[in-house]
Design a binder for this molecule. Structure first.
Ligand SMILES: NCC(=O)N[C@@H](Cc1c[nH]cn1)C(=O)O
Ligand SMILES: [Zn+2]
Ligand SMILES: [Zn+2]
Length: 480
């Protein structure tokens, strides 16, 4: 029997302003995991979340994850874990949900139209702010679901286990071992029947999706050093070998303008495209205009949607991210940087094994540098890596989510994969041995990681209904 969700939905609608206020408070905490100076804010955000859930009666714990690898002076932010209702309801399914309370860096001077850490809602209901869609909106979605059930007087349909981390945008450091340990018998997550993660996006702006695949991410640094300190280019230019010159040439050799990775052997690690898989792409509701809208330009590599989707989901990509130590301020400083560190990452796909990718990368970078015959020094290393994940959508967890989408959005969802990475997804699948579903709240134009990140009010409020409806359907769905 379909669950009666009317009073829950009405309560979400009548509390919408309070839920937006909750998001405003969360966005105001600059919980940037990549910035050491913001570590206290990351912790503050974790404590904010814990307090909100405790007020609603959830049993919460902030679990320490130890020191940050490579930065032993820094404590990792805690895993905020919880259970709602506090006491297990026997005979009901247990659903484990995951999200992250850290965010990507953001400065107004990057080009934001509004202050990144002040939620700013425009007349079209677009709620701008760092973390609004990635991932504070979806994480607070679960909090709002609990509150709406209480206010509506509706019985909570499942046992909810929660796992919220503060280092996702920095490779989920410390979390894998914690999850594995907590899924063991007698531990916090032992009785999870299925897992749900809301931390990705629709392909366009109109049609919701359920996601069953992610690319992995292997993130590298190339460090090149030479002079003992930064130099005056008038005094030393033409007489010193310059680290930045070497670095840009090595970085420029990694990938071409059309995204083709230049590292020999890399594409040989990729699973071949089958006829069956090839036929899936044309049925996905996605257009080149969806791409151009979210890209903010028409500078896509491919002209066809199928190639674009495959380029995003099932082939690897290599992106250059930045150079630490390089001059990047306005003006015309005539400096020769003494040491520069180039950052790039490779999004990996089935069947690429991260350690095989590493060894191809390291030997290619070393070869390219050797070709320069430079007297400078090279050090190339992996910062972090997370493996790709592809699951089966033929499972009651996905069936329940599809019913919830139809109930809330009045349309059947597309089944999609995603170009981004959520490193712990695979860890949850392996540690629990249960199905993992990605259930996105935001849309393709949300600009996660970019300037002017936003979440549409409609996606937030209907998204809260979707998460709640999913819990009701998943409670009733027969085992598949
Ligand atoms: N919303 C998920 C997300 O943005 N994930 C990050 C994960 C990551 C990997 N390395 C650094 N961060 C992503 O970039 O896909
Ligand atoms: Zn995220
Ligand atoms: Zn992110």
């Amino acid at each position: 029997m379909a669950p009666n969700l009317d009073s829950f939905f009405q309560t979400v609608d009548s509390n919408a302003d309070a839920f937006i206020e909750r998001l405003r408070q969360a966005v105001a905490i600059p919980s940037i995991s990549a910035d050491e100076a913001r570590r206290q804010d990351v912790v503050k955000m974790g404590m904010f979340l814990k307090a909100q859930l405790e007020t609603l009666g959830a049993k919460m714990e902030a679990r320490p994850l130890g020191k940050q690898p490579g930065k032993e002076h820094l404590e990792l932010p805690p895993a905020v874990i919880g259970r709602y209702p506090a006491k297990k309801q026997e005979g009901k399914r247990t659903i484990l949900v995951y999200g992250h309370y850290d965010v990507q860096p953001a400065e107004k001077s990057d080009g934001w139209n509004t202050e990144p850490f002040e939620l700013s809602v425009d007349d079209k209901g677009r709620m701008y702010g760092r973390g609004s869609t990635d991932d504070k909106g979806p994480v607070l979605g679960w909090v709002n679901v609990i509150e709406s059930h209480q206010k509506a007087g509706v019985d909570f349909p499942v046992n909810l286990l929660m796992c919220f981390e503060g280092m996702e945008e920095y490779g989920s450091e410390g979390l894998d071992d914690f999850i594995v340990a907590e899924c063991k018998p007698g531990k916090f997550f032992e009785d999870a029947d299925a897992v749900c993660i809301s931390d990705n996006y629709w392909l366009g702006t109109e049609k919701p999706c359920l996601t069953y695949g992610l690319r992995g991410c292997s993130y590298y640094s190339i460090e090149i050093s030479g002079p003992g300190q930064d130099l005056h280019s008038g005094v030393f230019g033409g007489t010193a070998q310059e680290p930045m010159t070497d670095l840009t040439r090595v970085m420029g050799s990694l990938v071409d303008t059309n995204g083709k990775i230049q590292i020999p052997g890399l594409y040989e690690l990729v699973a071949p495209l089958t006829k069956e898989e090839q036929s899936l792409y044309s049925n996905i509701a996605f257009t080149m205009d969806n791409l151009y809208e979210s890209l903010g330009s028409k500078t896509g590599i491919f002209d066809k949607k199928e190639e674009t989707l495959m380029g995003r989901w099932r082939y690897p990509s290599l992106s250059l991210h930045g150079i630490e130590g390089a001059f990047s301020q306005p003006g015309a400083k005539t400096v020769i940087p003494a040491k520069v560190t180039g950052k790039f990452s490779i999004r990996t796909v089935p069947d690429m094994e991260p350690h095989e990718v590493d060894s191809l990368v390291f030997s290619y970078v070393k070869d390219q540098f050797a070709k320069l015959s430079s007297k400078n020094k090279l050090n190339v290393f992996l910062q972090h890596s997370g493996k790709w994940w592809v699951a089966s959508p033929n499972h009651w967890n996905f069936t329940a989510a599809a019913k919830a989408v139809e109930k809330v959005w009045k349309i059947k969802p597309d089944l999609t994969r995603e170009g981004g990475s959520i490193p712990v997804t695979l860890t949850f699948e392996q540690a629990t041995g249960k199905n993992v579903l990605l259930l996105p709240m935001g849309s393709s134009t949300d600009a996660a990681h970019s300037i002017n990140e936003k979440l549409d009010r409609k996606n937030y409020i209907e998204g809260i209904k979707l998460l709640g409806a999913y819990l009701h359907y998943v409670a009733e769905e027969p085992t598949s």
